[in-house]
Design a binder for this molecule. Sequence first.
Ligand SMILES: [Cu+2]
Length: 288
Amino acid sequence: MFWVYEGQPSVDCLFLCTMETSFSSSEYLFYWHLRQDGCIDFKIKLSGELSTNLLSEGEEKPSHGVMVSPGVNAQIHQHMFCARLDMAVDSHKNTVTEVDIFSEPPGDGNPYGNCFNVKETVLETESDAQRLYDANKARCWKISNAEGKINGQTGKPVAYKLYPFTSGTAQPPLLTDPTCRVSTKGAFAQKHLYVTPHNDKERYPAGEYTVQGTGENGLPDWMSANRNVKGEDVVIWHAFGVTHVPRPEDFPVMPYVSLFSFVASLFFHYNSLVYLLFSAVVRLQDSL
Ligand SMILES: [Cu+2]
């Protein structure tokens, strides 16, 4: 089967699904981009009014912010999100691995010291599956089929990879001290990735009533059971965000973007855009 496509095959979006929400002074615009190469991007545009306060009388400059206008302080802050990703890579039972790049030490197998390689670590239980991003290892997470669906080219299970921070610089998790109330309510944002077995009742990582709640009955409570996640029907929780040191250029309206991507990895036999190109050629020939 070929996709019907007219025009130049590319990685541009094929299908776009969007929603928008207002939260306090912020406007968040969410975009699922389903791309023609089989990959998926999730983009958040962070807009709305920058949160500011007036300096106190006698206060010359802010201690934890940036002056964006005379007497106007814009606080350094974070926007934290958590995406609940109910995975099913070619069937419901999947296994998640952490994928790191590493340099091999010089030796018999590396006489010129020029070798580097990839290491995969299986996340077996919920306590294993609480992970931080590491840009120095080009870290990503691979979600592989665990029910025998094999890629014919590689002989390995079909998979997709979750690449965090595919726009802009990598970002830290929640920066408040563990003793802070924000850390209690936002405990889900203290790591970049969590994996749990699927449960329809586990929906909101900060608890069912996020704003009024205490943070209980959310992701940390569920994961305290330390359930198995290897080869299970898994849900991935990707916590990410923007640590925002305001600029005058952000005032009064913010223009920021955060993005992560699901990249087909051992899923197709070839670059799937080739099929689009073939289809386009056939249509061109048919029209001659
Ligand atoms: Cu901001």
